[in-house]
Design a protein around this ligand. Structure first.
Ligand SMILES: Cc1cc2nc3c(=O)[nH]c(=O)nc-3n(C[C@H](O)[C@H](O)[C@H](O)COP(=O)(O)OP(=O)(O)OC[C@H]3O[C@@H](n4cnc5c(N)ncnc54)[C@H](O)[C@@H]3O)c2cc1C
Ligand SMILES: *[C@@H]1O[C@H](CO)[C@@H](O)[C@H](O)[C@H]1NC(C)=O
Ligand SMILES: *[C@@H]1O[C@H](CO)[C@@H](O)[C@H](O)[C@H]1NC(C)=O
Ligand SMILES: *[C@@H]1O[C@H](CO)[C@@H](O)[C@H](O)[C@H]1NC(C)=O
Ligand SMILES: *[C@@H]1O[C@H](CO)[C@@H](O)[C@H](O)[C@H]1NC(C)=O
Ligand SMILES: *[C@@H]1O[C@H](CO)[C@@H](O)[C@H](O)[C@H]1NC(C)=O
Ligand SMILES: *[C@@H]1O[C@H](CO)[C@@H](O)[C@H](O)[C@H]1NC(C)=O
Ligand SMILES: CC(=O)N[C@H]1CO[C@H](CO)[C@@H](O)[C@@H]1O
Length: 600
């Protein structure tokens, strides 16, 4: 009886605590740290700081959908990506060339009745929105609806940050410890170069290499066509994508795909880490959901210090949210930080918030009468992204598959290190639009989805449309502005590699019918130049060298020109890291934790 009672009262206390821990911040309360955004950048950092005993207020614009099955069951990721409960709809341009934009096959338009039209011949009266670019405005950010694929980037990508900043803590060798601190690896149980006690479950996807479907046939040829032998397939298929093999940037061919999923198919992500840190009830963390940060507040010192954040409380207050209602204006709030404010709103929102708060290019801020705190021309500039393209065909019969995929790296003739990542299987993925990825090509479809890891153009811009924090910014990714020739050569080589593998398949899957891209080499390049897509935008508040006026941050994530303010998320990378940014962003969050806790 006593036991039961004490259990009941403990549960009661726990729930009371959890309630207060997740309630809205009281008026004008001061915390040591305020973190804006709970994605892969902000989420782990906020939880880590609280676990280290520091008081943290976390402002997250979205709500808690961690038990929505679209989100929690990884396999539902396409439904999650379309779920209005988590979705933020952005629309971007790939260039300033109107004619080129109008040839984008999945351009999205708003019909007069409010619904979407996707295509190139819109009904009369439809308003062009642009190229759909999904994000998630929810506890855990885009890691709550993404595909969960991870890649520790090429060593070059980390070493390059060390080189440009002169800060050796960014070396690939050192960054590995931040992978280890985050992960709980399930596919390498005894490995000493992986973590086993972290918050991030990591499993290896089944590629079907030893299954009864068509995967083994295709994979054996792929192994041979990438310089190995068919007999090595089992070893290659289990090869660790996130290992620390010597000279790994030169390793090409088939690898095992690693994902942030637990062994039962449940998504593992920063959203769960933050939620559980609050739930445990023993850390000084206050999670304020439905709270859209609108302005960073500064002291009037010669070098201004970030002292707090203004926000609006209410559901769906950001206009990218499909449930947005312009007449629901939210309740204003303010909170103060005695130590630091950390912005982790993601690549589109972090630069928007800096600009609204007076940090950005002077000319742009003046247009909107925003008082200038720091003239920082790099905010919202040099935005980077992976280029993606799908080499897609249909087979002569249905492909036997249970949805398995296998990853391949290539090093093309224009690169010094591996520059292409592909994942192959019976699916169709040709970009994003409302309702993606459908309708597809039926059960005979087969695709290698191509990711260009090191695009040479880095010229995207994110600019304010207005001074209204609920408005979305203008986004132009300026694809292929520089290095077009080399990047299209690399993409075409990847397509040709896929074609050559499929051409060697001698089973009744042959003959294959090419769907995209088709035609001569030049026609295929033109197709990819105009139809390439992306969903890994980074670098809009980038780290860079002292003396580089476009460097928004120093190597410790500190916003140049002010005190007490950092940006920690995908926007902080000087260049897009590898093929998949989610793991590098979580590693960056772990690194920022160390920098902050050690007073750097
Ligand atoms: C459909 C899809 C699939 C993807 N698949 C993969 C994949 O398989 N592998 C991979 O590596 N990457 C993938 N990505 C990309 C990856 O998820 C992102 O690069 C990553 O989540 C970026 O993390 P972040 O912390 O910078 O930003 P985000 O994840 O965007 O998080 C930002 C958070 O901040 C909140 N926020 C923004 N502004 C404010 C504000 N003003 N006030 C309060 N809160 C705010 C948002 O609600 C959000 O929760 C995918 C992305 C999408 C959209
Ligand atoms: C899952 O997402 C779809 C949209 O993709 C939505 O229609 C459905 O209601 C969502 N399911 C749940 C359980 O929220
Ligand atoms: C970093 O700098 C060293 C020394 O200049 C050079 O050898 C190396 O190639 C550079 N690495 C990267 C990734 O830029
Ligand atoms: C890991 O180590 C344990 C205990 O030493 C051993 O039983 C197990 O077989 C090892 N697993 C692998 C995959 O090597
Ligand atoms: C395929 O190989 C994996 C890894 O070695 C093993 O766990 C699995 O049981 C194998 N499956 C089949 C069908 O043989
Ligand atoms: C800074 O000065 C302005 C103008 O005098 C004032 O409105 C503002 O409250 C001051 N801010 C702080 C933090 O003292
Ligand atoms: C928007 O909110 C207003 C005020 O709360 C309400 O009257 C209106 O019906 C809402 N509009 C929609 C489309 O829900
Ligand atoms: C407007 C207001 O009351 N501001 C106060 C909020 O709390 C901080 C820290 O306690 C004070 O310094 C402000 O004056």
């Amino acid at each position: 009886m006593a036991l039961v009672l004490s259990l009941v009262s403990r549960l009661f206390l726990l729930s009371l605590f959890a309630l207060s821990a997740s309630a809205a911040p009281s008026k004008n309360k001061t915390y040591e740290y305020i973190v804006v955004g709970t994605g892969p950048g902000g989420g782990p950092l906020a939880a880590n700081l609280a676990r280290a005993g520091h008081s943290v207020l976390v402002l997250e614009a979205g709500d808690d959908q961690t038990e929505n099955v679209n989100v929690s069951q990884w396999i539902n990721f396409n439904a999650a990506g379309n779920d209005p409960a988590t979705r933020w709809d952005f629309f971007v341009k790939h260039s300033d060339d109107e004619a080129r934009e109008s040839r984008y096959l999945h351009s999205t338009w708003r019909n007069t009745d409010g619904s979407f039209y996707v295509g190139t011949t819109p009904p009369t009266g439809a308003q062009r929105l642009g190229i759909y670019y999904p994000r998630a405005g929810t506890l855990g950010g885009c890691a709550m609806h993404n595909g969960c694929l991870t890649m520790n980037p090429n060593d070059f990508d980390w070493d390059n940050i060390a080189n440009i900043t002169g800060d050796s803590s960014w070396s690939a060798k050192n960054m590995r410890k931040h992978l280890i601190s985050a992960e709980r690896v399930h596919y390498a149980p005894n490995s000493t170069n992986h973590g086993h006690n972290g918050w991030l479950d990591m499993t290896m996807l089944d590629s079907g290499f030893n299954g009864t479907g068509d995967a083994p046939t295709i994979m054996k040829i792929a192994a041979e066509d990438s310089g190995a032998s068919a007999e090595q397939l089992a070893t290659l298929a289990m090869r660790d994508m996130n290992g620390d093999q010597p000279n790994r940037d030169q390793l090409t061919g088939i690898f095992g795909g690693v994902s942030h999923i637990n062994p039962n198919g449940r998504r593992s992500s920063p959203g769960y880490y933050v939620r559980d840190t609050v739930k445990e009830g023993k850390y000084p963390i206050t999670l304020s959901l439905n709270s859209l940060a609108t302005k960073i507040l500064f002291s009037n010192d010669t070098t201004p210090k970030a002292i707090g954040v203004e926000y609006l409380q209410g559901k769906s207050l950001y206009s990218a949210d499909p449930r947005y209602n312009v007449s629901d204006k939210g309740t204003p709030g303010v909170a103060y930080a005695s130590k630091e404010v950390i912005i982790s709103g993601g690549t589109f929102n972090s630069p928007q918030l800096l600009k609204l708060s007076g940090i950005g290019p002077t000319d742009e801020l003046k247009k909107f009468n925003i008082p200038i705190i720091v003239d920082s021309p790099g905010v919202g500039h040099r935005v980077d992204d992976n280029y993606e393209a799908g080499a897609i065909s249909t087979a002569a019969r249905d492909v036997k598959s249970q949805g398995e995929i296998f990853p391949v790296f290539l090093k093309t003739s224009v690169a010094k290190i591996r520059d292409i990542y592909m994942w192959c299987g019976s699916f169709s993925f040709e970009g994003f639009w409302p309702g993606f990825p459908g309708p597809g090509y039926g059960p005979s479809q087969y695709e290698c989805a191509i990711v260009h890891m090191n695009p040479r153009s880095q010229a995207g811009t994110i600019t304010l449309r207005s001074a209204d924090p609920r408005d979305v910014p203008d986004i132009n990714l300026n694809f292929f502005k520089n290095g077009e020739k080399e990047d299209l050569t690399a993409l075409l080589e990847a397509v040709k590699w896929v074609r050559s593998v499929l051409a060697k398949v001698k089973t009744d899957l042959a003959p294959w019918t090419v769907k995209h891209p088709t035609g001569t080499d030049e026609e295929q390049k033109t197709y990819m130049r105009e139809q390439a897509y992306s969903h890994h935008a980074t670098s809009s508040c980038a780290i860079g060298a002292d003396g580089d006026k476009m460097a928004v941050l120093d190597s410790r994530f500190r916003v140049r020109g002010v005190k007490g303010l950092r940006v920690v998320d995908a926007s902080s990378f000087p260049k897009v890291p590898g093929a998949f940014p989610v793991l590098p962003t979580m590693m960056l969050s772990e690194k920022a934790t160390e920098d902050i806790l050690t007073g750097r």
